[in-house]
Unconditional design. Structure first.
Length: 251
């Protein structure tokens, strides 16, 4: 089946491949893909396995001084490319710092620019003068505090004004996080660098991300120096609000 250029988005092919997924005999093909290219539903993990994955996931703050193989990174991001997007626009992009030496170069540039801005009384987002002073103390002591020593960083971004750029990038990053966990790769959300990119133009330019792109919270990742022995439950304070089963009053 060939895709044609149609301007009426409500009646066009969205390239979602739903037709290929639902065909009972696997007779359909689309976008160069056939049933042989698809993952069978028989391989879906059991609920207990998904629960174990989620409860065992923890933020990683100590990493091995070791690169994750680029082929594996690309594989993970291709799987995450199946995350849902608004109107199936699929405009999410991934910028990866894929080796530890480049990560060190970026971190040094970022820290210098951030602290230079603080010296001029400019602070990122919700972070205060005291916060930045604390970060500086950690960095001067040789600790990669803001990136937690991660040998890699991931920036998920999408063009502003197209699709649902905020939701799309956040959902995609969550997919990446869980896939990385399944491969034994540790991750950590690093909100300070995310907030500071707008006051660190040199560091932002280093990433070569288009100016009109929204960047969700960055993620550091790499192989953990330590592994946890078990998953825990942290949902004791969870509040769930059910709506339903009520009689609707019509005036």
């Amino acid at each position: 089946m060939n895709i044609t250029e149609i301007t009426d988005e409500w009646n066009m092919c969205w390239e979602c491949q739903r037709c290929l997924a639902v065909c009972p005999t696997g007779a359909l093909s689309i976008l160069g893909k056939t049933a042989d290219d698809c993952m069978p539903r028989s391989m879906i993990a059991k609920p207990e396995a998904i629960e174990a994955l989620i409860t065992n996931r923890r933020s990683c703050r100590s990493y091995k001084d070791q690169n994750v193989d680029k082929t594996l990174i690309d594989h993970i991001l291709h799987i995450a490319g199946n995350s849902p997007t608004g109107s199936c626009n699929q405009l999410v992009e991934y910028t990866v710092i894929n080796d530890k030496d480049t990560m060190k170069e970026f971190a040094e540039l970022f820290h210098k620019e951030l602290f230079d801005a603080a010296d001029r009384g400019i602070y990122p987002g919700r972070f205060t003068k005291e916060d930045i002073a604390f970060f500086r103390t950690k960095c001067e002591a040789g600790e990669s505090f803001m990136f937690r020593g991660a040998p890699h960083a991931l920036f998920v971004h999408a063009p502003i004004g197209k699709g649902e750029w905020v939701y799309d990038t956040q959902i995609a990053l969550t997919y990446v996080e869980l896939i990385m966990e399944s491969y034994g790769i540790g991750t950590i959300y690093v909100s300070t660098p995310g907030a500071a990119l707008d006051i660190c133009p040199k560091a932002k330019a280093f990433l070569c991300i288009p100016e009109n792109h929204y960047i969700t919270v960055p993620m550091g990742f790499g192989y953990p120096e330590y592994t946890f022995k078990r998953g825990v439950s942290r949902s004791d304070a969870l509040k769930i609000h059910h709506l339903g089963g009520r009689e609707i009053q019509n005036n």
